[in-house]
Design a protein around this ligand. Structure first.
Ligand code: ZN
Length: 274
């Protein structure tokens, strides 16, 4: 199909700041004159950035209005680009995008919160990275989810401010996120014999079965890893308060890696910095 030359803009030119910006970029301007497009505005949190060419980057973000989106930020790597400050990883920003033929193009981004409290701490950075990595690996694009959006925005806000124990926040956030994504394991009964688990029997966690194996089945050879009371509460969706030490190792990390079928770089990073 040959491109339509000078197709009309769908909105009044004077109304949209991004179009003026776009027209300053000759490459983008020529792209816009050949296609029909529409403008999208949304709040978004930046979860991943990759260089694609000398000056451009792919920016994956989780948006309030459209769920996960992979976008392209043109000329962001040119020296003096103002946009690069607004499009830093983890930033909450007001986005303006043009959706044309391919990937949405970022035409404007105004940072709302850069979460400086997270970026000034390696441990908090690792914790935030875990959640952005999860969204990158386990969530489909273009699926709006208000619950997931408000979880992510409020979690980063809390992590930014909290100075007690970021790893505890990580554990509580992991449990909450598994629930939102629909992966919270079965903890009411044994996944092998189906017996109800008695109060004192924490059993073992079996990744493949997606839940708890009772002591009897564990001892008779069904696999699993023994878990703590704290882990049991977390995977049951009970986010009780707890001390700092017990949360350091948790079955939750393995659950995310098992479900996604990937190793998480953020968890390696966390084990190095904490
Ligand atoms: Zn059993």
């Amino acid at each position: 199909m040959s491109p339509v030359r000078h197709a009309p803009f769908e909105g009044p030119l004077s109304r949209v700041r991004s179009e003026r910006q776009a027209l300053r970029s000759p490459a983008l301007a020529s792209e816009l004159t050949t296609i029909r497009y529409h403008i999208m505005q949304t709040k978004a949190i930046i979860i991943k950035k990759q260089n694609t060419s000398e000056y451009d980057q792919w920016v994956t973000c989780y948006t309030e209005e459209f769920g996960k989106l992979k976008t392209v930020a043109k000329s962001i790597l040119k020296s003096g680009s103002i946009q690069s400050l607004h499009l830093d990883i983890f930033n909450l920003a007001e986005f303006e995008l043009i959706n044309g033929r391919g990937m949405p193009i970022v035409t404007g981004a105004q940072m709302i919160n850069s979460f400086g409290g997270i970026k000034s701490s390696l441990v908090k950075t690792a914790v935030a990275y875990f959640f952005t990595e999860t969204l990158d690996k386990m969530v489909f694009e273009n699926e709006k989810d208000e619950e997931l959006w408000s979880f992510l925005a409020s979690f980063l806000g809390e992590l930014n401010k909290d100075d007690s124990c970021p790893v505890n926040l990580l554990r509580q956030g992991q449990s909450r996120l598994l629930d939102i994504l629909g992966y919270l394991p079965e903890t009411g009964s044994c996944q092998v014999c189906d017996d109800k688990l008695s109060d004192g029997d924490l059993g073992a966690f079996n990744y493949a079965l997606g839940g708890i194996v009772c002591k009897k089945c564990f001892l008779s050879g069904h696999g699993g890893i023994l878990i703590s009371r704290e882990d049991f509460n977390l995977i049951s969706g009970k986010n009780g308060k707890s001390g700092d030490e017990i949360y350091k190792k948790s079955v939750l990390d393995g659950i995310f890696e098992y479900i996604s079928g990937n190793k998480f770089s953020s968890l390696d990073f966390l084990s190095m910095v904490r």
